[in-house]
Design a protein around this ligand. Structure first.
Ligand SMILES: Nc1nc2c(ncn2[C@@H]2O[C@H](COP(=O)(O)OP(=O)(O)OP(=O)(O)O)[C@@H](O)[C@H]2O)c(=O)[nH]1
Ligand SMILES: [Mg+2]
Length: 356
């Protein structure tokens, strides 16, 4: 899973990238790639229970994509679209912060305008893609068409209609088979999106930013979540010793860094859930897609465990922390023995039994 940070130039994407991923590989004009840990309070409680030597959170790849404006610099815009194509999930960074030294690229601050601007550009790009595929396939003689091409020709009008109504394709919630048909075309509005509003210190303190209500209302209609963060304050939080963070955040009326909420939101919209393995050696969160079976989940850890799968011993995270140990969960009848087809749930703490 690759999360792309997108947005207009100078909205704070690169700062957000460093907060999420630390350093990354890339260059000023190129997309920069890094890895973000997904904060999870459940992992912390498991770590407190087991005092393991190592705690390993789930991670997502993050790409910092240089901002671009269509019509200003064609090459830069095309590089931007190419990088967006490479992402699975999009975090749209929108600027609410004011700065006299660094004017907003559109002149003034207007979060809803910016949210709509990029949304519409991505919709237009997809519309052009769909039209060109439709044209190419339509030009083929029907007798020469492969079955997949015919299925695509039947599907594309629905896509086109949605885009023409200025709606992103993700709203169609295409099924697996339909997704397979369109996978090769790099459609941008199929990707889940989170809106991340970069506020300034004053706005953080006030707990709101200009245009918030309008943006939230629009986002609710779009089914997208809005997360606010303040880049410079987040950078300060990251530099504080862990023991001082809570008090510092309290001064701003927040209980958790915005970047942590943002990482989790990106994880959620990408359709990932976590199961845990826990022991004295390591406590670890493993990202899997919703719907993953126990046997497939075992394969995330090691292919030998998948191949030699016997059963999974599963306890729900809530039961485990409530009862204090796996033994207590077993006594309470809450340790389940599950087979290979069991669909793993978010928060399952699992021991896999296998043969090699
Ligand atoms: N005042 C203020 N400045 C910020 C904030 N976030 C970022 N900046 C500044 O804005 C400038 C641009 O930030 P970047 O993170 O490089 O912006 P970007 O979105 O990566 O820009 P491009 O790569 O050009 O698209 C930098 O000088 C940052 O220090 C903020 O919350 N408040
Ligand atoms: Mg940048």
């Amino acid at each position: 899973m690759d999360v792309g940070l997108i947005g207009l130039p100078q909205t704070g994407k690169s700062l957000l990238f460093r907060l999420l991923a630390g350093e990354g590989r890339g260059g000023p004009a190129q997309a920069t790639i890094g890895v973000a840990a997904i904060p999870d309070a459940r992992l912390d409680s498991l770590a407190a229970m087991y005092s393991p030597r190592k705690v390993t959170p789930a991670t997502l790849r993050v790409t910092d994509i240089p901002g671009a404006v269509p019509g200003e610099d064609r090459a830069r815009w095309n590089r931007f679209l190419e990088a967006v194509r490479g992402a699975d999930v999009l975090v749209h960074v929108i600027r609410a912060f004011r700065s006299d030294e660094l004017p907003h690229v559109m002149g003034d601050v207007d979060p809803l305008r910016d949210a709509r601007f990029l949304r519409d550009e991505l919709i237009l790009t997809d519309l052009a893609t769909v039209e060109s595929v439709q044209q190419r396939l339509g030009a083929q003689s029907p007798r020469k068409r492969r079955p997949d091409d015919q299925a695509l020709l039947d599907l594309l009008p629905r896509l086109r209609e949605t885009l023409e109504q200025e709606r992103p394709l993700r709203e169609l919630a295409l099924g697996d088979e339909e997704m397979r048909l369109v996978r090769g075309f790099g459609l941008l509005t199929l990707k889940p999106m989170v809106l991340a509003v970069n506020v300034d210190e004053g706005q953080l303190q006030e707990g709101t930013f200009p245009g918030e209500e309008a943006l939230r209302e629009a986002a609710a209609g779009w089914g997208e979540s809005v997360i606010t963060f303040c880049g410079p304050v987040e950078a300060e939080i990251a530099e504080l010793p862990a023991g001082e963070r809570e008090a510092f955040m309290g001064e701003y009326g927040i209980s958790e860094p915005g970047v942590a909420r943002l990482a989790r939101a990106a994880y959620e919209v990408s359709g990932l859930i976590s199961f845990f393995t826990a022991g004295e050696e390591e406590v670890r969160a493993w990202p899997i897609r919703r719907g993953t079976t126990a046997k497939q989940a075992a394969g995330k850890i090691h292919s030998d465990i998948e191949r030699g799968f016997i059963r999974a011993e599963v306890v729900a995270y809530e039961d485990l922390v409530r009862l204090g140990s796996v033994a207590a969960a077993r006594d309470a009848g809450l340790l389940r023995l599950e087979g290979r087809e069991y669909i793993v749930r978010d928060g399952d703490v699992i021991v896999f039994r296998f043969n090699v």
